[in-house]
Design a protein around this ligand. Sequence first.
Ligand code: ACM
Length: 563
Amino acid sequence: MQFTTRIYLSVCVFFIVATGLSKNTYDVIPLPSHLEEHTGEFHIDNKTRFLVSFKDKEQKRIAGVFVQQVFRSSGIYISVLNKDSFLPTTDYILFKLDTPTVSALNQREAYRMEVEKDKINLSSSGEEGFYYAIQTLLQLMPAEVFSPIKVQGNIHWIVPCCSIEDAPRYIYRGMQLDVCRHFFPVSFIKKYLDLMALHKMNTFHWHLTEDQGWRIEIKKYPRLTIIGSKRKETLIGHAATVPEKYDGKEYSGFYTQAEIKEIVSYARDRFITIIPEIELPGHSLAALAAYPELACTSGPFEVACKWGVFTDVYCPTEKTFEFLDNVLQEVIDLFPGTYIHIGGDECPKESWKKSAFCQQLIKNQSLKNEHELQSYFIKRIEQFLSSKGRKLIGWDEILEGGLSPQATVMSWRGTAGGLEAAREGHDVIMTPSAYCYFDHYQADPKKEPLAIGGYTDLEKVYQFEPTPDSLNAEQAKHILGAQGNVWTEYMLNGKQVEHMVFPRACALSEVVWSPKQERNLASFTERMKQHYRRLEYLDVNAARKTDNAAISSPTKQPEKQER
Ligand code: ACM
C-alpha cells in the first residue's frame, strides 16, 4: 500500500470497530528464545517518543515501520527523535546499538527487549535485530495494531512488561513461491514478503521459470517473455483426471526488470534476501518454445498447458551454455544475494539418450552415462556462477553424478539427500516434501480446495526437525535451515496461496527460529488464537481446520498423490 493511501485510510471516516475484547498477551510467533513475563504495562499514547540515532538512517526507517503501524490502527502519533540530542527519562522506546549480549549464529539478528512501565529499551548489534524487535513489539500489542485502518472501540494500546532475549536457531529461514504455474502480481509478492517479515523469515526463494511459463524479463532474449510467458490454455482439475479438460483461455504474465528491482528493494527493507530460481536442465519447455535451438531435437515446442514432468529439456551444447550464462548474468545483475538457484530436479534423460550429440559428449568427457552428463551440466553452470562470485544452490538431484563442494543442496525428496550432502560437506537447506510442501492437503481433502495430494497438517509441520540426530556436530553445522515450498499448480490466485500457506508457515517459522527445547505444540496452538486475529486484520485468508474450503473448490478430489 502506498504511504499516501495509508494516511488516507487512517484519517478517512471509515473505522474498523473492534469485535470482542482487546486482549494483551505474550502470544508472540515465532516464540522468542527467552521471554520473562513481568507485571505492569507500558502505555502507548501521543506522549510516547521513539528515540533512535539519526546517524543511522536505518534505525530511523525501522522505527518508522512501528510508528506508521501504530498510527494507522490507533491514530496515536509517536514522534521519532534523535537520541543523540535529546534523551528523556520516561515515556520512550529506545533503539540502542549494543555489543552483542545474546549469542547467535548471525549476531546481527539477535536483540534484547526490556519493557518497563515507563520505557522500552530495544538493543541489538545490527539493524536486523532492531527490525525483529519491532516485529515482536507489535505482537505484544493488541492484535488490532495490525489493522490497516483506525480501530474504534475501547482498545488499550499497551505493551505488557517483560524481558526478552531473542535470536534465531537457523540462519536460513525460507519461503518459496512458484509464480510460473500461476502468476501473482507485484502487490501479492509484496504481501507475501510482509507476511514473511512478520514471521522473521529471511529468505524468499522465487521460482521464476518453468515448463508452464517464463516469468522474468531477460533483455537479451525478448522471446522468453514474448513467447515463453504465455500458454495457450490451462488444464482444469487435477492432473491425474482423465479425460483431460482445458479452459481454452490464454494465460500469461511476467515481471519486468524494473518490477524485479522494486521487489528486491522491498525485500531488502524487510531484511529478506531473494534467491531467484532459473530451472535447468529440465522444466525448461517455456524457454524451448521461445528458443527451440536450445533443445536436442528440432521442435517446435509449446509452453506446457498441463502439470507434470516433460521430456524436452536443454541440450548441453555450447549454444545452450552461452544462452544460460547470458540469462544468468542478467539475473546476477538484478539480484544482489549470494545464491542463485538453478533447479536441477526432475530432468528426464530420454532426449539425451537419443541424441548423437549427447552420446558423443559423454564419450569426449569420459562420462559414464546421462546422470554424469547432468552433473557435467550443473558443474558448467556452477563454474560460471562462481566466476561471478555467486553460489549455486539446487534441488537434491544435483548430488547425482558428483557435485562441486561449494554447491548448496535443497533436500526435497525427504531428508536423505540433505543428510548425504551434509556428510559430504555441502551446505543444506531442508525442505522435505512430507513436512515442508504447503501444496499438500492440510485437512480433510473433501472439505479443502483441490490440491496436488499428500497430507501435511499444521501439527506435522510444527513437529519437523531440520537437523536429524544422526548427524555429528560438524555435519550438523551444514544444515543452514529450512524452507516451506509453495508450488501453485492448484493455487489460482493470492487468496488460495494464503489458504495453503497460513497457518503452516507460522508453524515453520517457529521450527526455524525458536529453540528446539522450547518448542511446544500446546503453547503454539494457544498462541495461534491471537495470531489468527492478527492475520485477519492483515487480510490473510488463513486456513482453519474447520474451514469448509473458503475458496470455491473444484468438484473432483484427487487420490492422494505425492510429488
Ligand atoms: C520439486 O518439488 N520438484 C523440487
